[in-house]
Design a protein around this ligand. Sequence first.
Ligand SMILES: Cc1cc2nc3c(=O)[nH]c(=O)nc-3n(C[C@H](O)[C@H](O)[C@H](O)COP(=O)(O)OP(=O)(O)OC[C@H]3O[C@@H](n4cnc5c(N)ncnc54)[C@H](O)[C@@H]3O)c2cc1C
Length: 459
Amino acid sequence: MESFSLAAEQLSPSLVAEIREKTTGPVLVPGDDTFNEVRKVWNGMVDRKPALIIRCQTVNDVITGVNAARKNHLQVAIRGGGHNVTGNAVCDGGIMIDLSLLKKVQVDPEQMTAKAQTGATWGDFDKATQVYGLATTGGLISTTGIAGLTLGGGVGWLVRHHGMSCDNLISAEVVTATGELVTASTTENPDLFWGLRGAGGNFGVVTSLTYRLHPVSQVFGGMILYPRTEAQKVIRHFREFMATAPDELTLYAALLHSPNGQPVVGIMGCHSGDVSTGESVLKPIREFGSPLLDTFSEQPYLQMQTMLDGPFPHGNRYYWKSGFLDELSDEAIDTIIQQAETVPSPLTPIIFELYGGKAAEEPEGGTSYPHRMNQFDLVVISNWVTPEDDEKNISWTRALWEAVQPYTSNRVYVNALGIEGEQRVREAYGKNYNRLQEIKKKYDPENLFCLNQNIQPGS
Ligand SMILES: Cc1cc2nc3c(=O)[nH]c(=O)nc-3n(C[C@H](O)[C@H](O)[C@H](O)COP(=O)(O)OP(=O)(O)OC[C@H]3O[C@@H](n4cnc5c(N)ncnc54)[C@H](O)[C@@H]3O)c2cc1C
């Protein structure tokens, strides 16, 4: 098998010239004016320098990048929105295929579909579809890329009502390792289509995604905060409330700090069905205890989709741990609250997410995304500003993770996985791993696309 892991720091001038001649978009090498800006990703801990960046403006630019990488045995990184915590969107040496200039979103309001280029963010996508009062399940933060999120599964405020982002995919266009542009759908290359819906960074560069849309415009959503001293009661109530909550409602709980630095516990979410029904459904949550703040109200979906943009800025330093809990037991809640007391950074939230609903209707194995059960997903997003604080934030996150081990399952959402070794990658793909290996062998037998939560081609 060829190795694409050895990355040349510098490419020969003739290869750079050849790539420039064949591409339309800017081609950057170290020293070029915008090189240092374009190589940055969301996680400020990541500081990698590709030998060359292609800022793709056409699908041909993508094909040129893939062919150049394959023929010259260069590592290749694919950048959608650049949000993945691993920083896999950028490589040290090798070629970075930057899709962020390919952002067109075409909506067909009659068919209720949208075809989007894969440099689009959820902000770009939602703005285009909301013109027609339509939406599909997308991420909570408007600057996250549609591509990385959808290809790993995709959860957000509509997940319980309309399923995961990948469940709403109708088709994808993909440049494979051989530089061929193919379509994947239930009727064309169905094996590839299955693989893309959960393990999508592994098989090629996806250049467009076509989604099914749903009528969504005004929603009932917001956030409610209580003093941290109420955490145990609030999280237990949240757990019991969600056991019978309707699918139109997606709600998360979190241990966090308010903007003025006070430790709080919060409940946040969105009811995307009838607005007045949403208001009455949420009464037991809003009438519980004595909140410090309650922002739940009728609001445009676009407002809901930017509610949390502020706390996760580009360039801060991030370290994540995440996994599904077997059960959100009283002991698990108490352990997590106790660990939260020593958090070194007030910017760090510990989030309890619950999907289920429509997302749980897809049978296990229906898509390559495997974790369809109705379980709480614990997501710890350590977030701080200066390199001097790296050690204490990372150690705290690891200690918390150690403490919650008795309650975690061996299941993890691939999009929330850091660089955590092969066993965790297998846990992300679960029972689907072997089938994914066969698809990998067919579409990328030499593992050109290895900078991801990597599936080893089947032998
Ligand atoms: C602040 C924040 C909030 C988040 N919120 C949510 C959320 O609400 N719901 C949720 O489900 N996830 C969420 N995530 C996780 C998110 O889904 C992943 O980080 C995802 O990988 C980001 O996609 P991207 O395109 O922005 O990332 P990138 O870093 O650009 O891409 C990540 C990886 O995806 C693959 N990839 C990207 N584009 C392509 C392509 N066109 N073709 C093939 N492979 C590609 C590559 O392997 C790449 O390394 C969040 C992340 C952050 C940082």
